[in-house]
Structure formats: C-alpha cells, structure tokens
Design a protein around this ligand. Structure first.
Ligand code: HEM
Length: 474
C-alpha cells in the first residue's frame, strides 16, 4: 500500500473519537431522514460526527463536500485497509457492516487495480448498453416481456380490478427474472439462486444462510459459464478478463446482483411512488413520454443509495467545520446533499434552470456507477414503470404516502411495500391471453413461446409461489 506524507491537523482540534456522537439509526431516521439531516447540518455544518451501530463516522451532508469526497480519489480511499479503527482492532468484533467491506471487489479497490476492474466492466457490459446489438435488443425485449408476464399473472390471480403490492408482486420478481437472464443462469441454479436472493433481500431469520448460498451459487455459475459460454454478462466478463478466478468473478456478480435487485428495484419503486403520489408535474412528464425526467426526479427526491459507501481519509484534511484525521471513515450522504438541489431557486449551488440530472444517485468520480450499468439500469427502470402505466388505466395508493413503510438502514432508501388499487385497461395486451390463468393450487404457469421461456416459465412458477404463497396461507 502506498504511504503518505501526513499533513497534521492543528493541535487541539477534536478527534471524532472524542466528540459526542448522535446515533444515526433511530425511529426518527426511519420515518423522516430529511429532518435528521437538517438537524445535523444546523448543529455541525456540512459534516457531522454520527454513531453507526456504535462506531463513529463522519457523515458528509452538503452537496459541495459530498462531490469533493466522491471525486477526490487520492485523498478519499476505498480500500478498507486504510481504516485506522479497523487496523488498530477498535471495531466491535461482530460489527454488522464490516463483513461487506472485507469482500475484495471493484467497489473497494483503488488506483490501477480499480481502473483495470472497471475496464473489464466496460467491455463486458457494452453489448447490453443499447438496443443496437442483438444481445442489447434481446435484453430490452426480455425486460418488457417479463413485465407483461407479471402483470398478466397479477390479473390472473387478483382480477382485472384489484389490489397489488407493486414491490413484492411486480418489481422484485421482475428484477430476479432479469438477473437470471443477464447472468446466464441455468434452470437449476437460477431457481435456487432466485429463492435465496429473495430470502436475503427479505432480511428474515434465514437471510444469513441464504446470502452464503447465493454467493456460492454465483461461483458455481461462473464455473458453468467458463465451461459453457453464452450470450450473458458472466461469459462476457470472462471473455473480457480470462484471468478472473471463479471466486473473484462470483464476488463481482454477487455485488451486481445486489445492485440489480436491491438498488434498481428500489429505483423502480421510488419512481412508481413519485408518479402515484400525484405530483402534477411528474404525471405530466410521464404522459408526455418524458419517463427519463420522471426517473431523474425520483432519483433526486429518494436516491436508492442514500448514503454512499465509506471512504477513508489518506491524510488529515479539513472538511466542513472539522479536521478529519488520516484513517477516519466518512460516508457521503447523497440524500442529504440532494436537499440543496431540491431547494432549487434558493440554493447557492444551482439556479432554477438546472435539470434534475444534477442528482448524485449514480455517484460521481472514479467509483460512480459504470456508464453501461447506468444505461442498463435506466432502461430497466423506465420499462418497468412504463409498462405499469401502459397496462393500468387506474393505479392509486391504498395508503397515504406519509404512512408507507420504509426500510430501516444506513445505506439504502427503499419501500417495504407499495400497495395499490389498480384497474387494467380493456385494451391491455395482457388480457389477450398471453399467459393463461393458473388453474388451481400451485400449478406452474405454462411458458409462453419465446427463446428462453423454458427457463423463464419454470422461474415464473417458482416466483408465483413466493408472490402469492403468503397470501394463500393467511
Ligand atoms: C438504478 C439503479 C442503480 C443505481 C442507483 C446505482 C448507483 C450506484 C452508485 C451510487 C454507485 C457508486 C457507489 C459509491 O461510490 O459509493 C454505483 C457503483 C456501481 N454500480 Fe451501480 N447503480 C445502479 C444499478 C447498477 C447495475 C444494474 C449494475 C450492474 C449490473 C451496477 C453496477 C455497479 C458497479 C460495478 C459499481 C462499482 C463501480 C466502482 O466502484 O468503480 N449498478 N452504482
């Protein structure tokens, strides 16, 4: 690891360990993180010391400072070995967030190693990026098809007018179907992996074991695709860097599976919510076909990665009103920074002509979401949201927006459920028999006639059990 000449903080400037810190994860934070960010900003300025499950962390709140941290690669390191408290053995032994940071994959690499890993991504993901390549076209078509199939399944289960949880019964299965397609999962591995990712995202009692199994399944998937290459991300990653071991690529795929299912899924739900909660300008832009603008708006109001991954200071540095010491940990809060942008017109950063594209939901600087991944995710979100409003003539929330339950957690801002009352349009193509109604009990949904449908038909059946199973047993 490189060594640095440390610029010393002035004697007497407080260390984070000596400051009183307010715990970040409280019921107030779950219900209304915006007011917590505002209070911290009023008390401390652009950077605040907070407690994260007993560990003190600098939370970066202002847009300017967040950008500075995200862009400043030589000062703000990603490799967890730069973390002083960890190196000195001062972290609680079973601190819940540490395990994730110990996994060596692209997000936690620096410098040349990091640049090489990103190049692998760029060339492996490029074919999926747009609709001009066969695999790009097929991916786009598959996302739309899966969305239609799930809406058809909803109609078959709950009727053309009914109630649905668009998080559990639409978004989550859709993203799991896209994942198995994109990763090139064979049937046996796909079903098993999907079930485990589902359990992992649920965060229930078996989530830990499910995570370990899903991660092992990724490694087996890589071994399989090394032996039998296909038109999928796993095979393209191997083509792009044949030196990747099964375990290494398995770790990368696992991280991508989280981005695809958890982060992209939350972006779908957060965008659906933006439209459903009836903001007039959002509905106007959607009906004018400006779905990208709607997605940007949702990314600004509720960025799914609310607080970015940790960065570790390479040298003592002044940030906001404090001196951050070499080896201290900081978390740039994109959600807090967006408050500056939301105050458009009065903000010192932006004027009223700035687009919602100034949001930082994709990150910024050398670790920002790779462009091909952004394109892919944007396509998935736009298609998923677009298909809902194409098929449903009516969709309204069954709970007031301020009573919707959000997931607790320091990183992701996501809805637990998105309950709606819907009405399917009479002209909707899903009513024209694309998927026959399920017959009774747990019978599998027959597979429609597409190239990959042997796999997807079986997967749909497994997903149907997960989507409707709970309700049946109630
Ligand atoms: C709407 C969906 C998505 C959002 C909002 C999103 C957001 C982000 C953000 C904020 C980061 C940077 C994190 C940081 O600097 O701490 C990131 C990195 C990354 N994302 Fe995405 N992402 C999305 C979808 C995806 C998808 C679908 C993939 C791949 C299939 C993906 C692959 C990656 C990778 C590989 C990185 C690590 C880049 C690096 O460290 O150099 N993302 N993403």
């Amino acid at each position: 690891m490189e060594s640095h000449a440390f610029a010393a903080a002035p004697a007497g400037s407080p260390r984070i360990e000596s400051l009183p810190v307010e715990p970040l994860l409280t019921s107030e934070f779950d219900a209304d993180p915006g007011s917590v960010y505002e209070r911290l900003r009023r008390t401390h300025g652009p950077v605040a010391p907070v407690g994260l499950m007993g560990v003190p962390v600098w939370l970066v709140l202002d847009y300017r400072e967040v950008l500075e941290v995200l862009r400043g690669e030589s000062q703000w390191r990603r490799d967890v070995r730069h973390w002083r408290a960890r190196a000195e053995g001062r972290l609680p032994r079973d601190w819940p967030l540490l395990a994730g940071y110990e996994v060596r994959q692209t997000m936690f690499l620096d410098d040349d190693e990091h640049r090489a890993a990103r190049l692998t991504y760029h060339s492996a993901m490029r074919p999926f990026q747009d609709g001009h390549t066969p695999v790009g076209w097929e991916t786009r078509a598959a996302v739309a098809r899966y969305a239609d199939e799930l809406i058809a399944m909803l109609a078959a289960e709950s009727g053309t007018t009914g109630f649905a949880d668009l998080a559990a019964q639409y978004t989550r299965p859709l993203l799991l179907m896209v994942t198995t397609k994109l990763f090139g999962c064979p049937v046996e591995l796909g079903d098993e992996m999907v079930m485990d990712l589902w359990r992992m995202l649920d965060g229930g009692p078996d989530a830990g074991a499910a995570t370990a199994r899903a991660s092992a399944a990724m490694t087996r998937l890589v071994a399989h695709r090394r032996a039998v290459p296909g038109d999928d991300l796993t095979s393209y990653m191997l083509l792009s860097d044949p030196s990747l071991s099964d375990e290494q690529l398995g770790r990368e795929l696992f991280m991508n599976a989280v981005y695809l299912n958890d982060i992209t899924g939350n972006m779908v739900c957060n965008t659906l919510l933006e439209v459903l909660r009836g903001n007039a300008s959002v509905r106007r832009s959607l009906s004018a076909g400006l779905i990208g603008e709607t997605v940007n708006r949702a990314a600004l109001v509720s960025p799914p990665v609310a607080n970015m991954c940790f960065r570790f200071a390479a040298r003592d540095v002044r940030l906001g009103n404090y001196w951050v010491r070499a080896g201290d940990v900081v978390s740039p809060s994109v959600a807090a920074a967006h408050h500056d942008l939301l105050a458009i017109g009065t903000s010192h950063i932006v004027d009223s002509t700035i687009s919602t594209r100034a949001h930082l939901a994709w990150g910024a600087g050398p670790h920002q979401c790779p462009s091909a991944a952004r394109e892919l995710a944007s396509m998935i979100v736009s298609t998923a949201v677009g298909r809902v409003f194409d098929h449903f003539t009516k969709a309204e929330l069954t709970l007031p927006p301020d009573q919707l339950p959000w997931r607790a957690g320091p990183v992701v801002r996501g809805l637990r459920l998105l309950p709606v009352r819907y009405e399917l349009g009479e002209q909707s193509s899903v009513l024209r028999g694309r998927i026959p109604a399920p017959r009774s009990g747990e019978e599998p949904v027959p597979s429609p006639g597409h190239a990959d449908d042997g796999r997807v038909g079986g997967l749909l059946a497994a997903l149907r059990r997960l989507m409707f199973g709970t309700r049946r047993s109630q």
